[in-house]
Design a binder for this molecule. Sequence first.
Ligand SMILES: Cc1cc2nc3c(=O)[nH]c(=O)nc-3n(C[C@H](O)[C@H](O)[C@H](O)COP(=O)(O)OP(=O)(O)OC[C@H]3O[C@@H](n4cnc5c(N)ncnc54)[C@H](O)[C@@H]3O)c2cc1C
Length: 244
Amino acid sequence: MPRPLYPATLTAKHQLSENTVQLDFRLEAGFDYQPGQFVQLHFSFQGQDYKRSYSISNSPESFRSSQQLEIAISFVKGGTASALFSEAEPGLELSIGGPFGVLTAPEKYDGRIILVGTGTGVAPYRAMIPALKKLADEGTRILVMMGVRHRADMIYEQDFRHLADSSGSIEYRACYSREKSLDTSANEYPGYLQNQFPQLNLSPEKDLVYLCGNPAMIDDASAELTALGFAPRQVKREKYVFSS
Ligand SMILES: Cc1cc2nc3c(=O)[nH]c(=O)nc-3n(C[C@H](O)[C@H](O)[C@H](O)COP(=O)(O)OP(=O)(O)OC[C@H]3O[C@@H](n4cnc5c(N)ncnc54)[C@H](O)[C@@H]3O)c2cc1C
């Protein structure tokens, strides 16, 4: 059965990095989701109808108290949604469908959870922050790894640094593929996210790995994890593929 569409109004736009903004939408009551899921924005642009998928970047707890759904969008050259949302002002009305997706946090996990995201691919992990704190309190070890080219491209970094500071069971790593000088005392690492894998003592029996964002990163990382013996159920993926 198709999911209902919810009327939504853009209430605010926040610059997260040079190329990325957070859009806040007010939604009617009745919408609910699990942290890690995504929605589809249905909009009209220059007389045509479009839909595009975006991860929800705030937690259900935050949504229930504010009725605001947050998404982070990175603009691409020549993109339709990119053109609309780079110019959009508060008051814009559209429809939101969903929620969709199974990149969700488990209720319990006896082992380590490794959350890997490139660019806006960290948005679903931000929505999981209260769930991750609860898991860590119950003994789950958690590693969040964010990957971008340059430090200036990083989004939501303080949220993850605060999360790591809140528990000895949570670690955060920032990976930069094009940054020359790195602060190793601030958990900054060079290269692609998957370059970290050999240092992580990965275990197909104990680790649950989440991969989100750039499709090429997900393909590379999945191939490496499969070679290490990870079964498909131990690797959750959300590829940010373009709409055709
Ligand atoms: C499940 C899912 C969740 C997603 N979540 C997010 C999210 O949270 N944040 C987010 O920013 N995006 C996310 N995306 C991607 C998003 O849905 C759009 O594809 C993206 O915003 C581009 O849309 P557009 O209309 O601007 O570009 P389009 O009009 O679709 O594309 C225009 C041109 O740009 C190219 N292009 C499109 N995207 C890229 C890109 N990333 N890099 C290089 N070239 C590109 C296309 O090939 C095309 O030639 C998600 C995708 C999926 C499937």
